[in-house]
Design a binder for this molecule. Sequence first.
Ligand code: ATP
Ligand code: MG
Length: 269
Amino acid sequence: MQESFELKKKMQKGKPIERLPIGVPKLDELLGGGLPKGSTTLVSGPPGSGKTILCYNFLYQGVQHGEKCLFLTLDKQVDGLLTQAEGLGFDFQPFIGNGLAKFLFLNINKKMVYETMLNEILTGTYNRIALDSITPLSEMPILVSSERRSNDLSEFDSEDYAEGKLPIRRLHLMFIVQALETAKTTALITSEIPMGSPFLSRDSITEYLVDGVISLSYNPDSSSRTLSIIKMRNTKHNMFKHSMEIDVGGITITPKTGARPGPRPPDGV
Ligand SMILES: Nc1ncnc2c1ncn2[C@@H]1O[C@H](COP(=O)(O)OP(=O)(O)OP(=O)(O)O)[C@@H](O)[C@H]1O
Ligand SMILES: [Mg+2]
């Protein structure tokens, strides 16, 4: 008992963790001010659940405060994203103009896509990065013990496999997360999951590699959306499903409090 009190006292004395607000006020409150600086957070959810829009909130908050921000898109072309963002009130054009924002489309079918992405992350000195989404990369095989890396399995023959040079997705994803950590940037990575999936990412690996997981979902029957913080290192948080809405300005949430329901009234009352 005494020991845990001492430990608590020590932790209180420690340097507070620097946080970067996402730009969704109630969510930032729930996170004690925002995402821990330098952390990587997975945002998972089914199609249309608001993953990309949460990335707009996060990056727009950054550029407005003079931070350098990168949006890496693997699914959609940049023009479409900028139009969608503008429709929601996020006009990134002036920030692209002054060099604070960069939107980069990575074509998964092109050679060196993986290297291009890592190079941009490591050399760009970005304060914030959104990778939307990791799903195409997580489905791209890689031979880790080979001198060369490739997303084209036809380049490799059975001897590679015989020597144990197997495509290992976990390491592949680890390289991406480690690059984000090495760059000391604060990042959001999105992953698409089918409705009702028990996993937190399509690959069911990324959730273990990242510092935080935010899960988005919706119920088409009641036309309601929710957001839950499933994990966030160095942060005390609850795991409630908070009501979420999407409108001009992006995401808003109505936090669910921890109040327990009162005692049930006796029958017949
Ligand atoms: N202006 C708006 N007002 C209200 N809701 C909107 C508006 N714009 C978009 N939405 C909602 O947001 C959804 C798209 O959000 P978003 O693109 O962030 O989803 P996503 O999770 O990234 O989907 P995907 O996995 O398909 O990329 C739309 O399907 C729509 O329901
Ligand atoms: Mg999206």
